[in-house]
Design a protein around this ligand. Sequence first.
Ligand code: PMP
Length: 400
Amino acid sequence: MTMLADRMSVVKPSPSMAVSQAAKALAAQGIEVADLGLGEPDFNTPSHVIEAAHQAALAGDTRYTATGGAPATKAAVCKKFRRENGLEFSADEVVVANGAKQIIFNALMATLEEGDEVILAAPYFVSYPDMALMLGGRPVVVECAREDGFKLTPEALAAAITPKSKWLILNAPGNPSGAVYTVEELQALGRVLADHPNLMILSDEIYEHIVFDGRAFTSFGKACPELRDRTLIVNGVAKAYAMTGWRIGYGAGPAELIKGMTTVQSQSTTNACSVAQAATVAALIGPQDEVARFRDAFERRRDLVVDGINAIPGLALDAPQGAFYAYVDCSGIMGKTAPDGTVLETDPQVTKFLLDEARVAAVPGAAYGLSPFFRLSTATADEVLTAAISRIRDAVARLR
Ligand code: PMP
């Protein structure tokens, strides 16, 4: 008997979770591992946010809310878009779900026909291709070179578009690349998209607050207002407010799409947790000073990792412009032989070598559609990062 549906044959569990599990398994044997696999801030949720959730629960805010988000949550989301992005949305143009991932899933579920193409800029967030595949779509991967700052160029975008193209998924600041587009770069992509009125744009802006070197973030919606009627902006509280476990994401876009996504949600998970929604209101409209503190910490760690990695012969890292990852170019160690005799030919072999020899958990570039690279999460304590880099240096020195 085969228990699982055919569609499961094309999807795989999240590779960053798999790496983390391998690290935890070693830790359970008493072997200390620096887990730089999972992308999750190591800070606590700001206390005023936790307090708001506590008060909401005590006040009886413990029941179903409206499917697409309680009125107060939607109002806070609209306020956030106005204040931070200069964008106006009404309540029927926003939807709240159990994480940004569910927003993306619902959007693809509500729109993809069998065989519709979803254009992805590699290196991409690992869940995009698998969600598209699960829902009958076909990922079309455009590799974005390190020399181009891992950014999608207008030429490459134009070449990827076909009559079957349904979505372009953009993500900036990017996971895993840290790439941030300038307004001009977004507008250049917008000019290509203007010629293809049936193509929708999903802009995943979940790392918007984590930008470095004094950069300003511009939402795709602000850069390309002429595409508003087919743009879905995806965001959430997980990264900006250290709220990964609260599972709140939100989307803003055309009312027809938002309504479809809300219908999907009404027949699957209903509303996002009422208490987490109350916490989200406090996060979005309350004091914002923790956001800047987190960003400063991520920038300091970025510098630490860039300096450390570039001091290792064979590895190279251009300073990420945002997010909290380092996408390390390991082409300089490919072809070398690990102490166990393995000739490093693929980046999964490199990350296995790093786990075995350096006790550092990293995710192979293959998971993000662009090789040979590996991703380190820099959302980790400075001491852990420093120790990890020094162990990577020693391990690389043992390659022959
Ligand atoms: N988009 C990107 C680019 C991400 O990196 C992540 C989290 N790793 C998500 C979405 C998921 O966010 P959430 O936890 O809100 O589902």
